[in-house]
Ligand binder design. Structure first.
Ligand SMILES: [Zn+2]
Length: 136
């Protein structure tokens, strides 16, 4: 006996002058989210840097088939790097929002993003509804 009333763990949501007033029914585990974002940030940086090292081989006479493959590979590497760079920008932005205390809020409408969505996509900028509108 002698146990006190269970303290309500309010967690995040009161940080900063512009703290959102939305009631978060589900709390986000910001520490583990930050960890995942930082891991992802490292992975993407490695990926981007690894691709830069691949210098194209000099063109040799009569190697048109080979060079076509080479161009294809270069285009693919470029596309992968662009995608990695885009993702890295999103991860960076998500970490910035973590620091600012606005993480998990839709950038378009300001509503909290579904925690399940954040779990699947920790750098999500928009809730599902606004994401759909962005794609149009
Ligand atoms: Zn929204």
């Amino acid at each position: 006996m002698g146990s006190r009333a269970i303290e309500r763990h309010t967690g995040i949501g009161e940080r900063g002058p512009h703290a959102p007033q939305y009631d978060r029914s589900v709390e986000l585990d910001l520490a583990s989210i930050r960890q995942r974002l930082e891991d992802e940030q490292r992975r993407l940086r490695d990926e981007i840097e690894a691709d830069v090292e691949e210098a194209p081989e000099p063109m040799t006479y009569g190697s048109q088939a080979a060079s076509a493959t080479q161009v294809f590979d270069q285009n693919r590497a470029l596309a992968l790097r662009e995608r990695a760079a885009r993702e890295l920008a999103q991860v960076d932005a998500a970490l910035a929002r973590l620091d600012a205390g606005t993480y998990g809020l839709c950038r378009a409408c300001g509503k909290p993003i579904d925690p399940e969505r954040l779990d699947a996509l920790p750098w999500a900028e928009f809730d599902l509804e606004c994401q759909r509108l962005q794609r149009r």
